[in-house]
Design a protein around this ligand. Structure first.
Ligand code: G3H
Ligand code: 13P
Ligand code: ZN
Length: 337
């Protein structure tokens, strides 16, 4: 305790108009950075594992790292979330592992690449909601497709969300949150030019329109790493070769939060922080070979990014605003819906 349903974290964020970062986790250092950052700024936590993370960690190891977070930080509300589940089976696996939230990404077929049509997306998402809500577990769906392909999730063909289809999708599936496609993509290579406010690289009007049509919907922004330029510079200074690239600026995310975005997915920025730190450390300490020596500063570098996001998205200071709900509480909520 308290493992909380993600739905509660998002409902509370909506009441006060802030966003909550979703951080991906693959190993102990990332999990500790997420928790240490949250404790320091008093933020609720959404910790997410992708199918790739479950595979990398043999599932059992990551599950136990996540459980250790709950045990070590018993006062912080924590949602354990499956990122980009592309089948009913993987959602079931996450539930068996003890997650309190799953994403059924029905925008894509099981291969994580081929777009799925609207009706089939509704069907598969509804199937997941039908067996998760009676357990008190939250479901995030996705409508529209993100552009990137570099991490194996994404069609390569961007298909922005059609605001006119959102109400029907949400009513028919009863999802708790919806990922919308507005021009972001996964990974470090999002934009070749800096996305200044006058360039209109992101379709923020889609978010505003969806918010007008469905004011109670919790929207999710995937592909929301900001790709800090100082981390790219550090990686390249110490032997890396990352071409010029830009991410989603924090001001754009803040605009989205004002218009109903409640969950903001960040993974790449933590990867960049680790790589930048380790590259620098290795170059400066060629005789060192104890992994703790470079994992410790990389954990600290991740924590700095994490705290900045908690603060900038507005979730800092809100961890203790509410009494954490159990999955049993949430079961009753869905029964009375
Ligand atoms: O959705 C993308 C996340 O960054 C997870 O990436 O599938 O490489 O773990 P991954
Ligand atoms: P980034 O690659 O921009 O960090 O996005 C992560 C994400 O959307 C995870 O679902
Ligand atoms: Zn994503």
């Amino acid at each position: 305790m308290p493992l909380v349903p993600m739905r509660q974290i998002l409902d509370e964020a909506a009441k006060k108009g802030y966003g909550v970062p979703h951080f991906n986790v693959n190993n102990m250092e990332q999990a500790q950075a997420i928790m240490r950052g949250a404790e320091e700024v008093k933020s609720p936590v959404i910790m997410a594992a992708s199918k790739g993370a479950l595979k990398y960690s043999d599932m059992l190891f990551l599950r136990n790292i996540m459980n250790a977070c709950i045990e070590r930080y018993p006062k912080l509300p924590i949602a354990l979330h499956l990122d980009h589940g592309t089948s009913v089976d993987i959602c079931q696996t996450a539930i068996n592992l003890g997650f309190s939230s799953v994403m059924m990404d029905g925008s894509l077929q099981e291969d994580g690449k081929t777009p799925r049509d609207f009706d089939s997306n509704i069907e598969v998402t509804r199937e997941v909601v039908n067996f998760t809500h009676p357990l008190g577990i939250t479901v995030e769906g996705e409508l529209g497709c993100l552009g990137g392909i570099e991490d194996g999730i994404g069609s390569g063909q961007e298909k922005l969300t059609d605001p006119n289809k959102v109400k029907e999708f949400v009513e028919k599936t009863r999802v708790d949150a919806l990922a919308v496609a507005i021009g972001t993509s996964h990974g470090a290579y999002k934009f070749k030019i800096r996305p200044d406010p006058d360039k209109n690289l992101l379709a923020m009007d889609i978010i505003r329109r969806i918010h007008e049509l469905c004011p109670d919907l919790h929207m999710v922004m995937h592909g929301s790493s900001s790709v800090p330029q100082e981390l790219i510079a550090q990686i390249n200074k110490y032997g890396g070769a990352i071409p010029e690239t830009y991410g989603v600026p924090l001001w754009a995310i803040q605009e989205g939060i004002k218009a109903g975005v409640r969950k903001v997915n960040v993974d790449t920025d933590l990867r960049l922080a680790v790589t930048a730190t380790i590259r620098k450390y290795m170059k400066e300490h060629p005789n060192e070979f104890d992994p703790r020596k470079y994992l410790e500063p990389s954990r600290e570098a991740m924590k700095q990014i994490i705290m900045e996001r908690y603060i900038k998205f507005g979730s800092a200071g809100h961890a203790f605003d509410y009494k954490p709900m159990t999955l049993e509480d949430m079961k009753k909520f869905y029964e009375n819906e």
